[in-house]
Design a protein around this ligand. Structure first.
Ligand code: NAD
Ligand code: ZN
Length: 360
């Protein structure tokens, strides 16, 4: 027996159910300190002209900030949002509410942390660098798959790396899981973000860090993904189940790690700005060597839903860009160690990665 097991935080409060978004007002009431301390709602811009906006429980001098999810969240974007909030309000907000996909959820987490921790977001990319609890933050996913609603990380693109702010204070204080919020998600995006969850399961279940805790969540999430992407569910069932798959997939990697697909996808995203969901898919199709069964099933899912991935993404890369892509991927040490074991360095060659990237 060993000691020193990680003591992970979990989301302390969660609501699940169709229409549960309308409970947000009641949930926030006890959180509001006074009329001067607003709640800031960070909402994906796709909802700007949506009926959802009228349902946001705005009171006193609360503020809605619409944010585009066209690009993945950046450290200086977090700094700018924090500066804006500090400038406009004399008091620290009562809370931050993120409404959207992984992009908005991670932004909300990071803004909540940077309102109480000095300096710039880039200083905190890494593990356990955050010193003080952030302000109250709630997350409301509108697309399912990333697991960002449960995780203790806020993934950000910084000047020198794409890395999460991993800390015990990152985890949301409250999550609202309302599957109806995912109704308008375009089909391709539904598939890409859903596959993020599927790939989390495959990487966790086939990793060397696997344990009964991770396995129990990972197997459940994998079963749910199979039902959603290969079964015959009604749209309502499908939305309910994918939302819970995302949750379980996120829980599964909490106590293990992701693997080869995420390492390569981070490289792709860092150099070319390819978004996480589609980046994972682009990479994963070429990983038969590492995840034979997982990739076979993935191809079946693609076929069933008529998904066609773009080709030639890395065609025009210069040698130095390719080198950066490879080195960013190889710098994700815990991911490789989970995938290939402690002697992973002997088992993965930069040329193998170059070859995979060239095929994408
Ligand atoms: P996203 O948040 O970028 O959203 C994808 C697209 O779907 C966007 O265009 C968005 O506007 C749109 N969208 C979202 N909800 C919609 C709705 N209901 N109707 C119509 N359109 C909608 O994508 P994502 O895949 O959810 O998140 C990706 C991000 O999550 C990446 O930045 C990645 O790094 C991060 N991530 C974080 C974690 C974590 O644990 N923190 C885990 C995995 C991924
Ligand atoms: Zn992921």
């Amino acid at each position: 027996r060993k000691t020193g097991y990680r003591n992970f935080p979990m989301v302390p409060r969660v609501v699940f159910g169709r229409g549960s978004f309308d409970q947000l007002g009641d949930i926030l009431l006890p959180v509001r300190r006074n009329a001067e301390a607003p709640v800031i709602f960070l909402i994906d811009e796709v909802f700007e002209r949506n009926e959802l906006v009228a349902r946001v429980p705005v009171m006193f001098n609360d503020k809605i900030i619409f944010v585009s999810a066209d690009e993945e969240p950046k450290t200086d974007q977090v700094d700018a949002l924090v500066a804006l909030i500090r400038e406009q309000f004399s008091e620290l907000p009562s809370g931050i509410v993120g409404i959207g996909g992984g992009t908005l959820l991670d932004l909300a987490k990071a803004v909540a942390l940077l309102l109480t921790n000095k300096g710039s977001a880039k200083q905190y990319q890494g593990w356990d660098l955050i010193e003080k609890p952030g302000i109250y933050h709630a997350g409301i996913p509108t697309i399912s798959g990333t697991g960002a609603e449960v995780s203790r990380t806020a993934v950000l693109l910084g000047p020198s790396k794409k890395l999460g702010i991993n800390s015990d204070y990152t985890t949301f204080d409250q999550v609202i899981l309302d599957p109806d919020l995912t109704i308008g998600v375009p089909k391709d995006q539904w598939f890409y973000t859903g596959m993020d969850c599927y790939i989390h399961c495959v990487e966790s279940l086939n990793g060397t860090f696997l344990n009964a805790f991770s396995q129990s969540y990972g197997e459940k999430a994998l079963d749910l993904c199979k039902e959603v992407f290969l079964g015959d569910l009604t749209p309502v069932e499908s939305r309910d189940k994918l939302m819970m798959a995302s949750w379980h997939g996120g829980m599964s990697i909490a106590y293990s790690q992701v693997g080869v697909a995420h390492a390569l996808s981070y490289g792709l995203s860092y150099v070319l700005g390819v978004k996480h969901g589609i980046g994972n898919c682009l990479v994963f199709q070429h990983l038969e060597e590492y995840y034979p069964e997982g990739v076979a099933l993935f191809k079946k899912m693609m076929k069933k839903h008529g998904i066609i991935l773009p080709k030639g993404i890395c065609r025009n890369l210069s040698e130095s860009e390719m080198d950066t892509m490879v080195s960013v991927s190889l710098s994700m040490k815990p991911l490789w160690e989970n995938a290939l074991g402690p002697s992973w360095k002997e088992r993965v060659h930069p040329d193998t990665l170059r070859k995979i990237f060239r095929e994408i």
